[in-house]
Write a new protein. Structure first.
Length: 102
């Protein structure tokens, strides 16, 4: 049973026992908000600066991903250059040009 289905069943049961729907809805909203506040507090995000902190963390993570991507591209570029240089040396050895140069 999903949480939405369970909540709907509990509301229907309470309503059938005489509870007012508006009262139940208010209780559910208050409980939800309290649970959300507790969850944020357990993560250390209950203060007013939490939004700014989250934006800074996202920016930092984005910068890290960009740096990692650039590093991988740089390594790949150097690897390709190294392979091309080795091919040039191999061709020069194979054609005898290397022996004439040394």
């Amino acid at each position: 049973m999903s949480q939405d289905t369970m909540l709907a069943a509990l509301l229907a049961q309470a309503e059938s026992e005489g509870a007012l729907r508006a009262t139940l809805r208010g209780l559910v909203e208050e409980a939800s908000e309290l649970g959300a506040r507790r969850a944020l507090a357990s993560l250390g995000l209950e203060d007013a600066a939490a939004g700014k902190d989250m934006r800074e963390l996202r920016d930092l993570l984005g910068a890290w991903r960009d740096a990692k991507k650039s590093a991988v591209q740089a390594v790949a570029g150097w690897f390709v250059r190294l392979l091309l240089a080795l091919m040039v040396v191999g061709i020069s050895v194979k054609t005898g040009l290397w022996a004439r140069l040394s």
